[in-house]
Design a protein around this ligand. Structure first.
Ligand SMILES: [Zn+2]
Length: 302
């Protein structure tokens, strides 16, 4: 069994040009030619092509190839950050609802709401959980708010009431956004104040890995998502995992890929191959591998 705790629908609803422009620039500069004109053109064309999978057909196909049983789709609320963002949040959420209704056995959905929307945002969040069966809350602090902002406390009360987790992004995002609110320590007040709510640090197993690891070891309700591990060298990947296991975090780490963000690093099955390397190299035994690949997330979602 394999569960992916961190994916998105490949669409400009989730990866809008305002976000991807800066992100692509960084990708282009990392290429061997450091951003020649043909490289730029090719990357942009490829990105536009890959960022169109609204039906999730491509994602489902890649999940099947990689033996991933079920994935969590995370909504991101861009509306207050990018003023010219073209999709109202109600529309983005309703779109995810439709996908969930079509594939209830293949996806979970985490609602994404900017807390600065106030009561209206809170009502939409509650409706998505109560009436549509959404399974968690996704936060994107680089948009300009802290995960410990008091405006989020009523959201966390709903999470507590329904027993659902919060997944919050950690670390740098697109250069068009701020990183300061996405530092690991920003979660601490919320996690301390809401001990019954489980908080997943998105990318936290590899981004600011040391600080995230200390927080997860210190608080029962903090977990680390692995997504982004695809970009690590094999050696660095193994070293970081060994460090986490020394902190006894085998019950706190969740497999995730951040599809489609790392599509330049290969298909979902390539990500799985990299995970299996931890088994063959003896970094993980089968028990810990199963915890990370699905059992930890299963526990959070039940
Ligand atoms: Zn993501």
């Amino acid at each position: 069994m394999i569960y992916d705790c961190h994916t998105h629908i490949a669409s400009s609803m989730i990866l809008p040009p305002q976000w991807s422009e800066g992100w692509m620039q960084n990708t282009i500069e990392a290429l061997p030619g450091k951003g020649t004109e043909p490289e730029k053109k090719l990357v942009r064309k490829l990105f536009e092509y890959l960022n169109h999978d609204e039906s999730c057909e491509r994602l489902l196909r890649q999940m099947e190839e990689a033996n991933i049983d079920k994935s969590a789709l995370l909504v991101i609320d861009w509306g207050l950050t990018y003023k010219d963002f073209e999709y109202p949040i109600e529309e983005v959420m309703a779109f995810h609802r439709k996908v969930l209704e079509t594939h209830p056995d293949k996806f979970w959905v985490f609602a994404g709401i900017d807390p600065r929307r106030g009561q209206q945002g809170l009502d939409l969040f509650e409706k998505s959980v109560k009436d549509w069966g959404f399974h968690g809350l996704k936060l994107y602090p680089p948009c300009g708010f802290s995960p410990s902002d008091e405006q989020l406390f009523p959201f966390y009360e709903i999470c507590e009431q329904y027993g659902i987790p919060v997944l919050t992004h950690v670390g740098p995002s697109s250069p068009s956004l701020r990183t300061s609110f996405a530092m690991p320590i920003e979660i601490d007040t919320a996690a301390w104040k809401f001990p019954k709510v489980n908080f997943i640090l998105g990318h936290g197993a590899f981004t600011h890995a040391y600080d995230c690891g200390l927080l997860a070891a210190h608080r029962n309700n903090i977990y680390l998502d692995m997504s982004g591990f695809q970009t690590q060298t094999d050696q660095k990947f193994e070293e970081t995992m060994i460090q986490h296991l020394k902190l006894r975090l085998h019950k706190k780490i969740l497999f995730g890929t951040d599809w489609p963000v790392h599509f330049f690093s290969g298909h979902q099955r390539n990500a799985l191959k990299k995970m299996e390397m931890l088994l063959t190299h003896g970094v993980l035994d089968q028990t810990n591998y199963d915890l990370i690949m699905y059992k930890n997330f299963e526990r959070l979602m039940s």
